[in-house]
Design a protein around this ligand. Structure first.
Ligand code: AOF
Ligand code: ZN
Length: 361
């Protein structure tokens, strides 16, 4: 009997999860889906479409026509308890008298943090949590990372040869992988709130870092340039980019780059440069960041254990003497070398995409 009930809960929660996935452009808010069920069927569906817009529960209530008395409400995140851009969903639900509210996970936002569920319980509504929790956590890994650590979910994207090289000794690095891998990269860019590269890549390749080959918006472009040597003519500045530099970098060059479309953010500490940059990006509402950079930046992210996910395209080419994507990271013991788990291998034209989560993440 219990098993059957659980199955039903999972079924509806999976529907809510599928709806949540539509909220691709709601960062910095989490992706939330809601399904309202009564009498063995779904009477309302909703998801959070964009930051500032109605929450998933409000959309689902509307879809249900307003009457949800005695129903079961499935939501992929705890209903909120605070007055933010919209009024508290927990109050709205408490008033409408559903029988049960089933939330996959509690909201780690300190403004909520269990208070939504408490409000519902206090109002005499049955509350359950933990249904499809892992899947819901994965869907909101960026939001959860930002809430827990004050930094975004970081995906390191690399295109390398069979021997792990990303460039020739002279720095030339373009077109290692084929057209399908590039298309896939554009799709991955669109899933992120910001893309980050280093000035070395800008000088060597002059990338635009936009989404051209796939549907979706172009994320914020972020550039690491401690001494402001980015040429004001760099294509990445077209349409705006944020350049992170050191506090004492040249004012004059900063102004020239600002005139070319950049906004300059000066980071106080050179030692904590990357963590500070990530904190700044978080403050700008970035839940998901993709790093597409050369060996210097990629190696620092790996060395400082700031990557959560790896997306490595391997082309069937041997570069030989060249620059390895992680060549500047060095570990004293093999046990210290980062490992990637939950690895998925996908063929992408003639290339191979290896995706996984860093074990230290
Ligand atoms: C919900 N349902 O669909 C979402 C929730 O700025 P606001 O007012 O939109 O509030 C954003 C916060 O609300 C966000 O940080 C998270 O804690 C929660 N998101 N809550 O009940 C939703 N998107
Ligand atoms: Zn809400």
């Amino acid at each position: 009997m219990k098993l059957a009930a659980n199955r039903t809960d999972e079924f509806y929660m999976r529907c809510a999860l599928e709806l949540a996935a539509n909220g691709r452009e709601c960062s910095p808010n989490p992706r939330v889906g809601c399904v309202i069920a009564r009498g063995g069927g779904i009477i309302g569906r909703g998801w959070h479409k964009k930051c500032g817009g109605p929450h998933a529960e409000v959309e689902a209530l509307r879809d249900a026509g307003g009457d949800i008395e005695g129903a079961d409400v499935y939501v992929t995140l705890e209903p909120c308890s605070h007055y933010g851009r919209t009024p508290p969903c927990a109050d709205m639900l408490a008033e409408r008298r559903p029988k049960r509210v089933i939330a996959a996970l509690t909201d780690p936002n300190p403004k909520v943090a269990g208070r939504g569920l408490k409000k519902l319980r206090n109002a005499g509504i049955e509350v359950e949590t933990g249904v499809l929790e892992e899947e819901c956590r994965w869907m909101n890994r960026g939001f959860l990372r930002r809430m827990a650590l004050g930094r975004p979910w970081v995906t390191l994207k690399v295109a390398a040869s069979l021997d792990g090289m990303v460039a020739l000794p002279n720095g030339e690095s373009r077109w290692i992988t084929g057209a399908e891998a590039r298309k896939r990269t554009h799709g991955m860019r669109a899933e992120n709130d910001a893309l980050l590269t280093g000035v070395g890549t800008v000088v060597a390749d002059d990338p635009r870092m936009t989404v051209r080959d796939a549907p979706g918006r172009s994320p914020v472009r972020a550039l690491l340039d401690r001494t402001l040597r980015t040429p004001p003519t760099a294509k990445i500045l077209d349409g705006g980019a944020v350049i992170f530099t050191l506090a004492d970098a040249s004012q004059e060059r900063g102004e020239a780059l600002e005139s070319a479309g950049a906004s300059i953010v000066r980071v106080a500490s050179g030692e904590d440069f990357l963590p500070e940059v990530l904190k700044e990006l978080c403050g700008r509402g970035v839940n998901y960041l993709m790093v597409e950079a050369g060996p210097a930046v990629a190696s620092s992210f790996i060395k400082e254990k700031l990557c959560d996910e790896l997306a490595l395209f391997i082309a069937p080419k041997i570069i030989g003497n060249g620059k390895s994507f992680a060549g500047l990271a060095e570990f004293a013991k093999i046990e210290d070398a980062p490992r990637v788990k939950d690895v998925k291998y996908t063929k992408c034209g003639d290339d191979l995409l290896i995706r996984g989560v860093f074990e230290c993440s």
